[in-house]
Design a protein. Sequence first.
Length: 293
Amino acid sequence: MKSEQVFDLESQRILLQDMNLRLKQLQVYPHESKTNSTYHNTLGKHRRLTVLGILITIPLLLVSVFSSDLNSNLVTNDKDAMKSGYVIQNLKGDTIDLFHNWDIPKERTLYVNIANSDVIDNDKVQIIKDVILSEKMVSLDNSIFHKAPPDSKSTYFLGWSGALKQASQTTTKFTIPTSFSITEGSTNGDIAIILSTLESPDGYSGFTRSTVENNQILKSTITIYKADQLSSAGLETIIRHEFGHAMGLIHSSDPTDLMHSTIETNYPLISDCNISAITHLYDGNVDKVTCEI
């Protein structure tokens, strides 16, 4: 595992071309839920940057990669914004808007089933599995989030397995799930991921419904809408967000966070704040978590 690796020149060239194109075409704002979510927080303020100006800012966007084969595009390029819905429903049928967690024995495996996997190609099915099972990390400069001075870095996880294992290093009242088994073809299991070709009537890209009893999650069902039309980056982003709901997290008020209801961040990764929220939740707390960074 490499601790200090930057994207190669070809990746920088592709990023530069994409940024130049968006400087010419961008006419959207973060509060518009139906528009493209990429580059909302930075490019809207810098439409008149020249190519030279962009080249100067490129070093601020370089990341130190903790794995040798990170090849995922972090930016979502789908036409519609990634908009998420989430609801907790108990066995009596009423809905609740609070944190809830799984209550499982130690070493217990949660079983994840992907339904209708044939509507996407095998590479995209693998993306779903990687979002759940990956333990890869990246280190990003906090200044790109406008939260800290340059040279201050934070670590982000690409997959929930790695993030949850990190969270489990803290002793909590309830066991944090860290083991997952993924199969295809049904909606059985603890967590079902339904890949739908239909459009959500409410405009959602993804929706998670969790069933609870005695404040504990019994089952979570994730529905991904228009799954066959999502790009690889878009599918990766919405699955990563919805799986956070399946673990018990609700929506964040921070528009730069992965768990915001409309995913506006250019870097939809699992943050230290998300990990803190998990440890807080599984220690028996249902109140809000406030992040310093």
